[in-house]
Design a protein around this ligand. Structure first.
Ligand SMILES: [Zn+2]
Length: 506
């Protein structure tokens, strides 16, 4: 959060001038966006009872039903499957099979996830006598065809991530990467990385993360993937690189005695449901009501994981309880005072598993895609300094509609009056923040799209992301900003155009 806009500098200057609303510019229903509602909803949605709303679990289903019931109470019309608020889709999961993965070391069995953690995502068979390499940094040894055991190398501090997970897990992930890289292309048959004291502390947590495997969604939605997709590939018979596992530090003594290893890693792949939640407030204009302003959030988060500071519920209050309750507040205002165009609310499921819900809905929209005039995505909107926020998609190469950006900046001047930190919207930003939320699949399809956010913080993707850490006055202003932007778009005589030549590429 260092520094302010450059690319959008003139816009920032403009929004600092006090703006007075023109008569009729701000609808009366604006007053219905109330901090008390937002706070009540967020405590419900991100309370510990929701258990972190993990995709593909009953916890995500429970949260989804809760959201649907709020929409029903507000008067939003269901447009999902079978007259419901739900658009079901299957996630395709690939993971190491706990049942079928086995290991014997020196004649004694090892338990997957308890004694060792597979570090790849493919089946593997590794057998032979273990060769102890005391220092992984010594790359002069010929390890070709050998089963190698070696202590983890301490990572370069600059390679350790600064957000997500506990410090021990971040350290261990960086140490694994640093150590594995020393064996790249040296032809070892297998690699056993021995945990140091910190990695031993992180061992159970890492197992909790790795046991989940990877997630994907159907073929039609795969073209929106922001990273390589696995679901269309057969389960690989053999790993491309050297099969590797992390083992407990307590096994170091045994591994130095050249024991025989017989390791058999097996993958499993299966489908399991998640859901988008979809509802509409119809517009009032006979023609324009066939067009839709899409308000976007995601209802899922990371579920119950490992304990940090005595807490295992990764509650996702900011991520993305805030965007979710902002949509409810906006729906209350639109239901009371309808716009000319229709408003489509989409809560995307399984966002945390790789934007699965938004990729699915972009491929299978509940209204014709050509009739979606803009996507306003709210994602993490209640933290950091009260006066700053980001609007992603505001500057090239991410900006795809100057019309939409102009309306959003006008709305900011009349509501939150945030100073916009444009660093997060740049392709050079180390977090690649623009590409990490649900507006992306729509932007790829040339739908005008922006994302409202107050950016990352130290509690991101940890159990500390709780409702009591949210800045509610700020979240209310963010909600007002999103709402008023949508009001402008929904009532504009002409829908926002796509900037000429726009093509989203990472
Ligand atoms: Zn999120």
């Amino acid at each position: 959060m260092a520094g302010l806009a450059h690319g959008a500098a003139s816009d920032v200057a403009a929004q600092r001038r006090p703006a007075a609303a023109r008569p009729g510019e701000v609808p009366a229903a604006y007053a219905l966006i109330r901090e008390a509602d937002i706070k009540r909803d967020l405590y419900a949605m991100a309370g510990d009872a929701m258990r972190g709303r993990e995709a593909g679990t009953p916890d995500e289903m429970r949260a989804s039903i809760w959201v649907a019931e709020q929409l029903r109470a507000i008067g939003v019309k269901p447009v999902g499957d079978d007259g419901s608020y739900f658009q079901w889709f299957n996630m395709i999961r690939t993971r190491v099979s706990t049942v079928s993965t086995t290991a014997m070391l020196g004649g004694a069995p090892l338990d997957v996830w308890k004694d060792f953690i597979p570090l790849g995502q493919s089946s593997a068979d590794v057998t032979g006598a273990v060769v102890w390499v005391p220092n992984a940094a010594d790359t002069t040894l010929d390890v070709r065809g050998k089963v190698v055991a070696t202590p983890l190398l301490a990572p370069n501090p600059s390679s350790i991530r600064t957000t997500t997970n506990s410090p021990e897990v971040r350290y261990t992930q960086a140490a694994i990467a640093a150590t594995q890289s020393r064996f790249a292309r040296r032809g070892a048959a297998g690699l056993m990385l021995v945990a140091d004291a910190t990695a031993d502390q992180a061992f159970d947590a890492l197992a909790v993360l790795r046991v989940r495997g990877t997630y994907d969604v159907d073929r039609a939605a795969q073209r929106f993937a922001t990273q390589p997709t696995r679901a269309e590939m057969p389960v690989p018979a053999r790993q491309a690189g050297t099969p590797a596992v992390l083992v407990r530090g307590s096994l170091a003594g045994k591994l130095q005695q050249a024991p025989q290893l017989a390791l058999h890693i097996r993958l499993e792949r299966f489908e399991t449901p998640s859901t988008n939640i979809v509802g509409v407030i119809p517009g009032t204009d006979p023609v324009l009501s066939k067009e839709f302003v899409l308000y976007s959030s995601h209802q899922d988060h990371d579920g119950v994981r490992y304990v940090i500071a005595g807490d295992s519920v990764w509650a996702g209050a900011d991520d993305n309880g805030t965007g979710s309750v902002a949509l409810l507040a906006s729906a209350r205002a639109f239901a009371k005072q309808r716009a000319k165009r229709s408003i489509l609310f989409v809560y995307h499921g399984a966002e945390e598993r790789g934007l699965l819900g938004s990729r699915y809905h972009a491929a299978h929209p509940v209204v014709p895609l050509a009739n979606i005039v803009a996507v306003l995505n709210g994602e993490m909107m209640g933290r950091n300094h009260p006066d700053t926020a980001s609007l992603l998609g505001i500057q090239p190469p991410h900006r795809n509609s100057s019309d939409l950006v102009t309306m959003a900046l006008r709305a900011n001047a009349l509501t939150g009056k945030f100073v916009l930190d444009s660093l997060w919207d740049r392709p050079s930003h180390p977090e690649g923040w623009y590409f990490r939320s649900d507006h992306v699949p729509y932007a790829r399809l040339n739908v005008p799209a922006v994302m409202y956010t107050t950016n990352l913080h130290d509690d991101y993707h940890t159990p500390r992301d709780k409702p009591d850490r949210i800045d509610y006055p700020k979240l209310t202003r963010m909600t007002q900003w999103m709402y008023l932007t949508g009001w402008f778009v929904a009532n504009a005589p002409k829908r926002p155009s796509i900037d000429p030549g726009f093509k989203l590429e990472r």
